[in-house]
Ligand binder design. Structure first.
Ligand code: GUN
Length: 292
C-alpha cells in the first residue's frame, strides 16, 4: 500500500504556480487576481475562504475578500458579482457555498462571468466539460486527476466506480475519468443513494472514488485486493482528541481498508489540500486565456 500524499503534491503544484507568477512579473505581465465572496459566519466556510486567501499570498496572486452578513440581500450580492465581472483587474471570482436560504445558488452562479468562473460551476463551464472542450474544471475532481497523474496511476481500461453524483464532485469526476485523455479512458460506473447492491459493484472496481459524504461508508469487504481508493469525504465530527474539538472523517473506513489497497488517500492530507491548488491553477489559466 502506498499513501497518496496530497499535502506534498499540492505544495509542488503551488510552487510551480508561484514560479509561473514570478516569470509573469519578470515579463511585465499581469499578476493574477482572485476575488472571493463570503456570506455569513459558517465556521467551515470562513476557514476555507481564509485558506484560499492565504494560498493566493503564497503563490504571489492578488486577492480581494468580501464579507457579507448572513442578512445581505440577493440583489446586493448579485450587484457585487456584476461589479467584479466588470472589473478588468479581477481574473477569477467565486462565491463560497453554501449560501443562506433566501439567496439562490443558481442565480449567483449564473451571474458570474463564465470567463472568471474559476470554481467551474457555471452552466457554460459544465457544458464545456460534457462536450470535452477546454474549460475550468471543478477544483476537487481536477485535484484528484492531478494526484492520479503525478502518482502515475494507470486508469486506461480500468473499472472506476464513483460513489456520489453531486455537481461539484461525482458528476464531473465521472466525466473526467471516462474522457479520452490521460488520466482517463476508464470504464466508469456511478453509484448513488438509490443504487442497489453497491458493495457488489465496488468489489469489481480497480479504482474507487468515494464522494458521498457518509463517514466510513466504504468498508474492507467492499474493496478488491489491490484497488486504488480515493476518499473525498470530509465530514466534521466531534472529537475529544483535537484542540478544536472537531476532526475530519472520510467516506472510507481507512484503518480496515488501507491494507487491501495499492494506493489510498488519507483524510485529512489527501484530496483536501489539492482543491485549493486546483483553484489557483484555474485562476492562473483565467489570466493566461485572456492573453494578458
Ligand atoms: N463550498 C464547498 N466547496 C466549495 C467550492 O469548491 N467552491 C465554493 N465556491 N464553495 C464551496
Amino acid at each position: 500500500m502506498e499513501l497518496i500524499d496530497g499535502k506534498k503534491i499540492s505544495l509542488q503544484l503551488k510552487e510551480e504556480i508561484a514560479q509561473a507568477v514570478a516569470e509573469r512579473k519578470e515579463k511585465g505581465l499581469k499578476i493574477p487576481h482572485l476575488a472571493v465572496i463570503l456570506v455569513g459566519e459558517d465556521g467551515g466556510s470562513q476557514t476555507y475562504v481564509n485558506m484560499k486567501v492565504k494560498a493566493c499570498e503564497f503563490v504571489g496572486f492578488k486577492s480581494t475578500k468580501i464579507d457579507y452578513p448572513v442578512t445581505v440581500s440577493e440583489e446586493e450580492l448579485l450587484n457585487k458579482i456584476r461589479e467584479f465581472n466588470n472589473d478588468s483587474d479581477v481574473d477569477g471570482l467565486l462565491v463560497q457555498l453554501p449560501l443562506p436560504k433566501h439567496i439562490s445558488d443558481e442565480k449567483v452562479i449564473d451571474t458570474i462571468d463564465q470567463s472568471k468562473d474559476v470554481d467551474g460551476f457555471h452552466p457554460i463551464s459544465m457544458g464545456k466539460l460534457v462536450a470535452g472542450l477546454p474549460t475550468f474544471l471543478p477544483a476537487t475532481p481536477a485535484g484528484i486527476m492531478e494526484l492520479l497523474d503525478r502518482y502515475n496511476i494507470e486508469t486506461e481500461g480500468k473499472h472506476c466506480v464513483v460513489l456520489g453524483r453531486s455537481h461539484i464532485v461525482g458528476t464531473p469526476m465521472t466525466l473526467l475519468m471516462s474522457r479520452k485523455a490521460k488520466p482517463g479512458n476508464a470504464t466508469v460506473t456511478m453509484c448513488h443513494s438509490r443504487t442497489k447492491n453497491i458493495a457488489e459493484i465496488t468489489r469489481q472496481a480497480d479504482i474507487i472514488i468515494a464522494a458521498l459524504g457518509s463517514p466510513e461508508f466504504v468498508k474492507a469487504d467492499m474493496v478488491k485486493e489491490g484497488a486504488v481508493v480515493i476518499d473525498v469525504g470530509t465530514t466534521r465530527v466531534k472529537s475529544d482528541q483535537t484542540k478544536s474539538g472537531w476532526k475530519l472523517k472520510g467516506d472510507v473506513a481507512f484503518d480496515e481498508v488501507k491494507d487491501k489497497t495499492s494506493y489510498i488517500t488519507p483524510v485529512p492530507g489527501g484530496v483536501g489540500p489539492m482543491t485549493i491548488a486546483s483553484l489557483l491553477k484555474n485562476t492562473l489559466m483565467a489570466v493566461e486565456m485572456k492573453g494578458k
